[in-house]
Ligand binder design. Structure first.
Ligand SMILES: [Ca+2]
Ligand SMILES: [Ca+2]
Ligand SMILES: [Ca+2]
Length: 220
């Protein structure tokens, strides 16, 4: 006798029979495979394959799971440099860099010295989203070497001499009776004071500190 219930169990009755189908089959003779793909169980563009009492999804790139409902976290491997923010996408990721960094993985430290921010010949050292200026020897100070140091602050001109600030230097206007060691011999570089009691001397330290010897005063 042929099997009347192809994928099921046949129960004999009074002049009749009843088929009880195995899971996944239907029909009077349990001959029809139920298509589990009809309910579209595969999400996010996955492809469904009908199986016996089951289905199988083939996911597109970037998704996983029985129903392709899991967006794979491409940020899990921490592809962006430290301090940057990784934004997960579909089969992709994007790095949002902190200030001062650039590049696909925020791996490039932007050269903040490129704009030459250190004035007056100060030496620039790049940092993260900033720079440091070494103003040594320039006669200037400040974050960008923008401030002319007041060399008169220490009041180097003695005996009533007037101090004039210069770059990395100062000059004193001395009364004629006084002079001092001078780095520069260019006394002529400065106009003679109409008040003949003073002469300008360029450079030097401890200016106007001593009484000029005969022959040293009033030249020029
Ligand atoms: Ca993803
Ligand atoms: Ca930088
Ligand atoms: Ca100065």
């Amino acid at each position: 006798m042929p099997n009347i219930c192809i994928h099921g169990l046949c129960i004999n009755g009074q002049g009749s029979y009843q088929c009880y189908c195995k899971p996944g089959y239907t029909g009077d003779s349990c001959d029809q495979d139920i298509d589990e793909c009809l309910s579209s169980p595969c999400k996010n563009g996955g492809t469904c394959q009908n199986l016996e009492n089951n289905y199988e999804c083939t996911c597109i790139e970037g998704f996983e799971g029985k129903d392709c409902s899991i967006n794979i976290n491409e940020c899990a491997s921490n592809p962006c440099s430290a301090g940057s923010t990784c934004v997960d996408g579909i089969a992709s990721y994007k790095c949002v860099c902190q200030e001062g960094l650039s590049g696909p993985h925020c791996e490039i430290n932007i050269d903040d010295c490129e704009s030459q921010p250190c004035a007056h010949g100060g030496r620039c050292t790049d940092a993260l989203n900033g720079y440091a200026c070494d103003c040594a020897g320039t006669g200037y100070t400040g974050a960008s070497c923008e401030l002319n140091i007041d060399e008169c602050a220490s009041q180097p001109c003695r005996n009533g001499g007037s101090c004039f600030d210069d770059v990395n230097d100062y000059r004193c206007a001395c009364y004629a009776a006084f002079t001092g060691e001078s780095r520069s011999t260019s006394r002529l570089a400065w106009p003679k004071d109409n008040n003949v009691s003073r002469q300008y001397i360029y450079g030097g330290k401890e200016m106007c500190c001593s009484i000029a010897k005969a022959g040293q005063q009033g030249n020029g």
